[in-house]
Write a protein that binds this ligand. Structure first.
Ligand code: NAP
Length: 251
């Protein structure tokens, strides 16, 4: 009998997991990846893809029931804490086994000049004294907090052009999709004469190059700390999520 897996995605881990689960379990497992629908042209994903919110934990529970989902893997971004809470609640309510893939946090290394802060407002306060040319590697919602810094110049990297002008007096938008190589990040720091960086402490390998580049250049990084991780069970890697799937499927 074919079992049904729902992956909550929007990350590289989710995309790799879908591909590897289909490779390994073939016709025994139907794989659907759910995207919030924030990116205009998402990178293609193996299996079925659905897009858009479910309507809270209650909506997700109804989706699990209506689509006869047997297994749920939450492979969303570490800062996507609302959907992770909904996933835990909906899976509990429906008795669907759930696993969360929580990518390993970055670890401070010698030479890192990190200033860890709770949120974007605290980041905007803390960046004031660090330099005028600031690279913001943040989502639109967090950028608003930097609007009062009218004397600063900001570099903002985006996958898609922002739908509305950024609320920043002096800013340049760089359109690019990760993962990013260390040499590219070094070049950006150099060419734009960046004096400080602001980032979420997302962790994982795909976006760590900017952190490495900042360390090499001696540039301070204001890091917004992660929200609490989803409830257990959690695993740090796609490999470990596949191992969990094998156990669940009796493979
Ligand atoms: P969030 O704050 O945790 O979620 C807000 C709402 O968006 C959820 O309540 C849900 O709406 C909907 N949603 C989120 N992820 C979804 C998914 N995978 N499938 C269907 N609906 C989803 O999430 P977020 O921080 O806005 O992130 C949205 C998506 O972007 C996630 O898939 C995440 O993995 C990805 N992403 C986020 C970041 C980041 O920095 N936060 C970075 C890279 C990728 P309903 O309540 O209506 O179901």
């Amino acid at each position: 009998m074919t079992r049904q897996l729902l992956i909550l995605g929007g990350t590289g881990e989710a995309r790799r997991l879908a591909e590897r689960a289909i490779d390994e379990f073939g016709g025994r497992l139907g794989v659907t990846t759910s995207l919030a629908g924030r990116t205009a042209e998402p990178v293609p994903i193996a299996g079925t893809v659905r897009q858009g919110g479910f309507g809270g934990a209650v909506g997700l529970a109804a989706y699990l029931r209506d689509n006869r989902i047997d297994l749920l893997i939450d492979a969303t971004h570490p800062f996507a804490d609302q959907i992770s809470r909904n996933a835990a609640e909906a899976a509990n309510a429906m008795g669907v086994p759930r696993l969360a893939v929580v990518r390993p946090p970055w670890r401070r290394q010698p030479g890192d000049r990190w200033i860890e802060v709770a949120d974007a407002s605290a980041a905007a306060q803390s960046v004031r004294g660090l330099g005028r040319r600031v690279w913001l590697t943040l989502g639109t919602a967090d950028i608003e907090a930097f609007a009062p810094l009218t004397d600063h110049w900001f570099l903002v990297r985006r996958v898609d052009p922002p739908p509305a002008p950024l609320p920043l007096r002096q800013a340049e938008i760089l359109l690019a999709r990760g993962p990013f190589a260390l040499d590219d990040e070094r070049r950006i720091l150099r060419e734009h004469r960046i004096e400080a960086m602001v980032s979420r402490a997302s962790g994982g390998a795909a976006t760590v190059a900017k952190i490495d580049a900042a360390r090499d250049a001696g540039i301070p990084v204001v890091l917004i700390v992660r929200p609490p991780p989803p409830p257990e069970p959690t695993v740090p890697t796609v490999d470990a999520a596949l191992a969990w799937l094998r156990v669940q499927l009796g493979a």
